[in-house]
Design a protein around this ligand. Structure first.
Ligand SMILES: C[S@@+](CC[C@H](N)C(=O)[O-])C[C@H]1O[C@@H](n2cnc3c(N)ncnc32)[C@H](O)[C@@H]1O
Length: 239
């Protein structure tokens, strides 16, 4: 069987904000499963491609879990037919995009897969509107939360994901500061050097290990702190 599933970010809806990799995969795919958030411009483009395209977006009032099960079954069916399947999602698949559920399903069913990041609405929409997400004096970082769970914002520093940029060289100090700020020293941490590049390297550890050891990470690097970091263990993507 030569099938494979590509979970691809479509960007925030502007056709030209599709990545080159997404564009190439859309051209090469046998079947494309797409949802509403990909937007009209990209949907029109999909319709010009001479291939099977399947709309899998949620209908109004429909439960997400039920639709996700159907999407999983479709990915499996097409994979078993030996097809190259693109699952095209709005923005980036890692941002409120059911990425964890899909990894679980694909690993469980021995389906080879790859994730292709997209421009998220998190940066795509504000930057397209001239709004910087950070500012040297006025904004030290930014938060992204779900409107469905905004009552949980107080829990964010224990239950959320924290991404630290510009902390590769000072990772030990960063980890110590985070622990001092109240984040559990048992939190999972992934340090990603040269993310998305051919020589990307991911180091999985605990916050306490980061605080106690000198790792000498290569630049550029960022630190992911949170329970989601351990998903990197399930992902075997040779660049
Ligand atoms: C389920 S989340 C998926 C987010 C997506 N994976 C991403 O990275 O942008 C859907 C929400 O993203 C936001 N969103 C997506 N595309 C957007 C756009 N072009 N402009 C503004 N907000 C957008 C809206 O708040 C929408 O309700």
């Amino acid at each position: 069987m030569g099938g494979k599933v590509y979970i691809v970010g479509a960007g925030p809806g502007n056709f030209e904000l599709l990545t080159l990799k997404a564009y190439k995969l859309l051209k090469e795919a046998d079947v494309i499963l797409y949802d509403r958030l990909v937007g009209e411009e990209i949907e029109s483009f999909l319709k010009t491609l001479d291939k099977e395209i399947v709309y899998v977006g949620k209908e109004r009032g429909e439960k997400g879990e039920k639709r996700q099960k159907e999407i999983n079954m479709l990915m499996k069916k097409y994979f078993e037919e030996g097809k190259k399947v693109v699952r095209l999602k709005g923005g980036d698949p890692g941002v409120f995009g059911r990425m964890a559920e899909e990894i679980g399903f694909l690993v469980e069913n021995n389906i080879p897969f790859e994730f292709i990041p997209g421009v998220s609405s998190v940066n795509g929409a504000p930057v397209s509107s001239g709004i910087p997400l950070t500012h040297p004096e006025n904004s030290y970082g930014f938060l992204v939360v779900s409107g469905k769970d905004s009552g949980r914002i107080k829990e964010l520093h224990q239950e959320g994901t924290l991404i630290v940029l510009m902390g590769g060289c000072t990772a030990k100090d960063v980890a110590r500061n985070l622990i001092e700020s109240g984040i559990s020293d048992d939190k999972d941490v992934a340090v990603i050097e040269k993310g998305s590049m051919k020589d990307q390297r991911v180091t999985l550890t605990k916050l306490r290990e980061l605080a106690e050891n000198d790792f000498n990470f290569e630049s550029p690097a960022l630190i992911v702190v949170g329970d989601v970091a351990k998903f990197a263990k399930l992902y075997q993507n040779d660049k």
